[in-house]
Each structure stands twice: as structure tokens, then as C-alpha cells.
Design a protein around this ligand. Structure first.
Ligand code: FE2
Length: 424
């Protein structure tokens, strides 16, 4: 006897009329017309069933602080960093925990069950590290929270930051972060990449570095990150986040750079909502979009994920934990409107970040963890188009969230009453 059967599912790869059987928290069978019984069943009615959304890039220590102590007037990255520095001394561990737990509730409701969050280690008290390690443990039954030790104020620029970062790793944070473009010089930025990469190699850890988050066409830290990844044999364990300077780089140089990134096995994480709002702020017209070269990186075989980055914090006044909103913006900014390209945008918030985070047993194969999201949509493109309602969310075969379907009743003159609009 199975625990659950989800009947009449459409899967992201296009298979239709599929039944998914779940037993002991795992996917036990995936087949049409499953002739077995279960304790509970859900008729999915031909709608899309996907593995959960995964956010490859977030800041959970600053989330839900928007407006404190004031709003970002210039809309720039640098004013956001300054604002966050003003706010940090007044933060308490309880505040960080409470906001993070609220955000995790939002995430679960949206079918977002794995998040890589950077955590600022610049404050020697490491309050945010302690708080998010606590949250990580509390949410672990329903959400995978991976933490990155992130020296927001620069690992070389900020006194004591390297020691703080090492202490955070000793406490249990297990990804190394960095911010080379915020160091004092380009040379210091490159040096920070070397120091952090060697630290990660010594400890056998993954790396995810904020890299070249600027409009400067001459910023070269992704090249340095790829170089050290290759040198230290860390292929497949390193990600470069943002890479917005690539938007502005000379095309000839990029034609050399992208193959180097591919050869080094470095993944790229773009953050469309944030890149489109923070970058190009010093432009008049035309204004640059600022997002990295997503289609070109994908075409070269680089793993590219989309992250949310910020929700209601010093850098971004909006957001709701909805990775379909992220994919929707990424699709538009990158002009990825072809059928295959739109599907790649869905992958960029599901299976690609799952690979980058190293999530085990993720997916829809037999034996995978029964983490599933039922969407009010026919396929991945429809899901992005509608930012579709998440009808149900399962974690290890347990139903942990469900939301009624959105159905609009229309009563229009000259037409009989009917329902639906173009929602499904
Ligand atoms: Fe970030």
C-alpha cells in the first residue's frame, strides 16, 4: 500500500497522464494508469507536477527589513550596502530568526523548498550566523537551507573579516563566499578570490562568490575565479553570482571568457529582479539591463540558475519568495522567448540550482525524495506565464501546503455566465 498517489500529472518534460506513487517519503513509481491503492490520492487533473523550486542566491539575514532605518534613495548596490551597515548594530538574533522564519513560511507556500542564503560575517558578533544556523535546523524538516559565509564589507577591506569568516565555517556554515568587486582595488579583489578559493580547497568546501556585480566593463574577477577553480581542481564546486559586468564587457573579450568559465566548470547565478533594478543606475539613456549573458552562457554549456537575491530589504523593495516571478523577469531581460529558452528559464529555478547546491535525491525519478509541487498550469511555460498558483506542496511525501485553485466567475452582458478566464 502506497502512502500517496498523485493521479493524472503532467511532468515538466512533457509526459502527460502520469501517476506518481509515493511510499516512505520517496517516489516509488511513475507510470500511466497506476493500478494500486494508497492511503491518500490527489487528482491533479492534467496539471503540472514539478520538483520544488530552488533559490540559488538569497540573503535571509536582511530579508523583510525594508525601510529600516530608511529606504534606498539612489537604488544602487552601494547605498544598499551602506544602509545595511547602518542597520546591523541594532539587529538582534531574535529579530533575524523571526524574519527568516516568516520568509520560510512564504517560501513553502510558493513551493520553494531549497534556498542557498548568503549570511553576512562582517560583524564580529556573528549574530546573523548564529541566527541562521538556528533557522536552518528548525526548518530542516521541510526546507533545505544552505548557508554561505559572506564577507559583505570585503574580506580584505574589512578588519577581522577573514577571521570572522573562518569562525563562521567552524560553526557549521559550509560554503565560502566573497565580494571581490567591493575590495579596495581590482588587485585586492583578485587577491581576495585567491585567499578564499585556497581556504575552500583546504577545507573541501563549495564556493559561491558575488562576482563583478557592477556595470564596469573592465571588472575581471570572474576570470580570476575560473582560473583558481581550474588551478585548485575545484571544477563543479564553484559558482559565480551576479556577473553583471559581463553585460557591459567587450564582445571579443567575452568570446574568450565564456569558454574559460565552461572549462573550469564554474556555474553562473543571475539575479534578474535585482540586476535589472540595481544596475544601469549611472546610465542616462540607453540604460543597460545589467544582467549577465544568460543565453550565451547556456549555449556554451555553463549551468545557469536564477536567484531571488533579495526580498523587502535595503536593496529591493518588492518580492514574495516566488521563483516563477524570478524566472518571468529573467526570461524578459534575457529575451529568452523561444520555446526551448522559456523551458530553460523554468529549469533555472528548479533542477539547475538543485545541481549547483548539490541537492541529493532531487527530481522525479523513482527513488528521489517525494518533494513535489502541483501548479495550476499545463506546462512549465504556462507556469511562468501565469506565475501559477501552487495548489499543493509535498515534502518527503507529506502534504505541507495547499492553496485553493483560482477560478473567476464571469457575469458579462450578452454572454452566459462562465468561469476560468485564460487561467488553465
Ligand atoms: Fe547577493
Amino acid at each position: 500500500m502506497l502512502d500517496w498517489i498523485l493521479r493524472q500529472c503532467t511532468l515538466p518534460d512533457g509526459r502527460q497522464g502520469v501517476d506518481i506513487g509515493i511510499a516512505q517519503g520517496r517516489i516509488a513509481v511513475v507510470t500511466p494508469a497506476l493500478n494500486e491503492s494508497a492511503h491518500q490520492e490527489w487528482d491533479c487533473g492534467g496539471q503540472l507536477v514539478s520538483p520544488p523550486f530552488v533559490d540559488a542566491h538569497f540573503h535571509m539575514d536582511s530579508t523583510l527589513t525594508y525601510g529600516q532605518p530608511r529606504c534606498n534613495q539612489s537604488g544602487t548596490l552601494l547605498e544598499g550596502i551602506a544602509l545595511w551597515s547602518e542597520l546591523k548594530p541594532s539587529l538582534t538574533q531574535d529579530m533575524i530568526v523571526e524574519r527568516a522564519m516568516t520568509y520560510c513560511d512564504w517560501a513553502v507556500a510558493k513551493g520553494l523548498l531549497a534556498i542557498r542564503s548568503h549570511v553576512d560575517v562582517s560583524d564580529p558578533r556573528l549574530l546573523a550566523v548564529e541566527a541562521l544556523l538556528h533557522v536552518q535546523k528548525r526548518v530542516s524538516p521541510y526546507l533545505d537551507l544552505q548557508l554561505v559565509a559572506f564577507p559583505q564589507d570585503g574580506v580584505l577591506r574589512s578588519p577581522g573579516a577573514l577571521d570572522n569568516l573562518k569562525r563562521a565555517l567552524d560553526m557549521g556554515v559550509n560554503v565560502v563566499g566573497g565580494i571581490p568587486h567591493f575590495e579596495r582595488t581590482m588587485e585586492q579583489g583578485g587577491e581576495s578570490v585567491r585567499v578564499l578559493m585556497e581556504l575552500a580547497a583546504d577545507r573541501g568546501l563549495m564556493v559561491d562568490m558575488h562576482c563583478d556585480e557592477s556595470d564596469d566593463p573592465l571588472s575581471r574577477h570572474i576570470e580570476t575565479l575560473a582560473f583558481h577553480t581550474q588551478r585548485l581542481g575545484m571544477q563543479g564546486r564553484v559558482a559565480g553570482s551576479h556577473l553583471t559586468s559581463m553585460h557591459s564587457m567587450d564582445n571579443y573579450y567575452v568570446s574568450k571568457l565564456i569558454p574559460l568559465i565552461r572549462e573550469a566548470g564554474v556555474a553562473a547565478i543571475a539575479n534578474p529582479l535585482i540586476n535589472i533594478t540595481l544596475q544601469g543606475r549611472h546610465d542616462s539613456y540607453p540604460k543597460r539591463r545589467g544582467m549577465t549573458r544568460v543565453p550565451e552562457l547556456l549555449a556554451a554549456g555553463v549551468d545557469v540558475a536564477f536567484g531571488h537575491d533579495c526580498v523587502l530589504d535595503p536593496w529591493y523593495p518588492l518580492g514574495s519568495g516566488d521563483m516563477l516571478e524570478v524566472a518571468h523577469m529573467g526570461l524578459h531581460v534575457a529575451q529568452m522567448t523561444g520555446q526551448e529558452a522559456m523551458r530553460q528559464c523554468f529549469d533555472a529555478v528548479t533542477r539547475t540550482p538543485a545541481k549547483i547546491l548539490g541537492l541529493s535525491a532531487y527530481g522525479l525519478d523513482v527513488g528521489c525524495r517525494a518533494d513535489l509541487v502541483l501548479l495550476q498550469a499545463r506546462d512549465p511555460i504556462d507556469a511562468i506565464r501565469l506565475r501559477a498558483n501552487r495548489l499543493a506542496v509535498w515534502r518527503e511525501g507529506r502534504l505541507i501546503a495547499h492553496t485553493p485553485a483560482v477560478i473567476t466567475q464571469l457575469n458579462l452582458p450578452d454572454r452566459p455566465p462562465h468561469t476560468g478566464l485564460c487561467l488553465s
